[in-house]
Design a protein around this ligand. Structure first.
Ligand code: FES
Length: 168
């Protein structure tokens, strides 16, 4: 007498075959689920919610002429979680034009500050200096300050994606 064997492709309806098929189906379901979510985790989503525009506040809070550091909230994704975090930008309002710089030095990423006495952004880490238009006055930084895309809606300033500057 020949014994029937259960496998994933078998068509036997005997109890052992049915259980074997159920186990194969369950294993395939678990494997498929792990593959989908594992792949999604490994490939990931961008850390910063890409292309998102962020409300950076009232324009009336900005003073014309000298750079002004503003704070705002932006979203960052971490796996499936979205975190809101505090961010800053240096904003200059000149007549009707607005420029917003990333707060990080283009040399090695330190936070720089505006020094009114030197009329320049000065980085405390290695001494780079940038003009009010973001251009390098002195290194070691070689690239101008990175800028955000900006737009105004009503009375609110919106910051878009950060554009990396090119060395001049
Ligand atoms: S990080 Fe700013 S000068 Fe080096």
């Amino acid at each position: 007498m020949q014994k029937q064997q259960a496998d994933c492709t078998g068509t036997s309806v005997e109890r052992r075959s049915f259980l074997g098929g159920a186990i194969c189906a369950l294993t395939s379901l678990i494997g498929g689920t792990l593959a989908v979510f594992g792949g999604k985790y490994l490939l990931g989503t961008p850390h910063e919610v890409s292309g998102a525009w962020v409300d950076a506040g009232e324009i009336s809070n900005l003073q014309g002429g000298s750079p002004h550091e503003i704070t705002f909230e932006k979203s960052r994704s971490d796996g499936w979680k979205i975190h809101n975090e505090r961010a800053t930008a240096w904003v200059i309002l000149n007549n009707s034009s607005i420029t917003a710089f990333s707060p990080l030095c283009t040399h090695l990423g330190c936070a720089y500050g505006w020094q009114a006495s030197q009329a320049a952004f000065v980085c405390p880490c290695h001494g780079s200096k940038f003009a009010a238009d973001g251009k390098v006055i002195s290194g070691p930084a070689r690239r101008p300050l990175d800028q955000y895309d900006v737009k105004i809606e009503g009375t609110r300033l919106w910051l878009g994606p950060l554009k990396n500057s090119q060395a001049s």
